[in-house]
Design a protein around this ligand. Sequence first.
Ligand code: TRP
Length: 490
Amino acid sequence: AQTGLQKGHSWRATVAFSALKCGSFASLKSPNEKIGRLFRYSKVGFPFWLESFCRCVFVDIIRHHPTSCGDSFHRFLCWCVPHAAIHPCIKWLPFPILPSKKLPDMLKITTFAIQKTTPKEIQHRMGKIILTGDRPTGKLHLGHYVGSLRRRVQLQNAGDYERMFVFMADVQALTDNADNPEKIRQNMMEVALDYLAAGLNPEKCTLFVQSQIPELAELTTYLMNLITVSRVQRNPTVKTEIKMRNFEANIPLGFFCYPVSQAADIALFKATTVPAGEDQEPMIEQLEVTRELVRRFNQTYGEVLVEPAIMLPENATARRLPGTDGKEKMSKSLGNCIYLSDSAEEVWQKVRSMYTDPTHLNVSDPGHVEGNAVFTYLDAFSTDDDFAEFWPEFKNLDELKAAYTAGGIGDMKCKKLLNNVINKMLEPMRVRRHELEQDIPEIYNILKKGSEAAREVGAATMDEVRKAMRIDYFNDAELIRQQAEKFKAK
Ligand code: TRP
């Protein structure tokens, strides 16, 4: 029987070998069933890991090996070896050793696989954990979409990661909405619908709610010991946010500490990659807080947590989409948003009154595309296909820009194009949202399941954290024995 996780090659060999000895995998119907008996694992996302792992590491080995032991065994093996080796949420439990006729052949495969799969390779392919979230303080708009949601959906569908978490940061939202919990409660569902309508798929990505993971609060508490008040005070993010909220001398302590709580969000899940929009430019600095805290934790208590890296949006427009009024930023408080859930009619009302080029008074006048919100949006959203479909006179945006700059192109025509482009993008989301809205209890169910799965991962990390911090008293038989001796000897 195996207990606990260790790093390294030889250990991995043992694990795979022991799993083999469990026998009868050749007739495995559902790998889930058997694996469930072997170890605790996180259910959400399992088939997905399986799939992506098979694709990237084991497929060749299996294909080329002369022995056929049944597809499901292979799949089981493919899944269990790398995940047992690197995934923190898997715990080995004692299991019986059953004889298997096919054992010798299987063993060959296993050994081969182990030789092929160095820890480094596995880390590279499978160690990527993506995590990101939003405060549920309002519906999501186009700025969120280009800034991060679109990227998340792409990342999710590309599958080039071990696991992906997206969460609603309701705890963080409460740090400056303590007296208005109803606002958070209402917007939770809006954001969940926006996520799902935009294409986040709970089969592939764990959607969870921050407040439902008490381990986050626990880790926050311990991380707070590793950072000073002045370090947080100097953080530009905190400075700007305090100013924005007019807290002045009355900063809620919870709000002040939210960079630490955010570090815990990232560290608890051992996230390696945090996609974040530049509407949260400060995030970079906060991630510095995160990185520093992770480093300090690991230096102080031993290597448990993982240093993350931020993943910024691809380009400048995606980083900061201006509002429909041309102001620097699309933001609810400025009332210049197009929401993902807006109807076609609402979108047109907003696009029609968009800020363009104030010097472009007559159609024949030369126009300016810089600072012209319509063109910034076209930059962010239009494709060559859109031109073919909606304005075939031009092949692409560059051609339209050239013509507009030369003069002779009316703003209304550009707005109609933009309206078509946005509605074409939003229409499938509207349809999906409408479907989702028919079964709201199911959405809560998705969030509940996701939160449970996330909690399992969090609990596993906290076990490691407590052990590293020497506060795992009741799990440490050696400690109990030593203490007993010490006091007996008195
Ligand atoms: N600060 C983010 C926002 O304002 C939400 C958030 C909380 C977050 N914790 C996080 C984002 C961790 C990325 C990673 O929306």
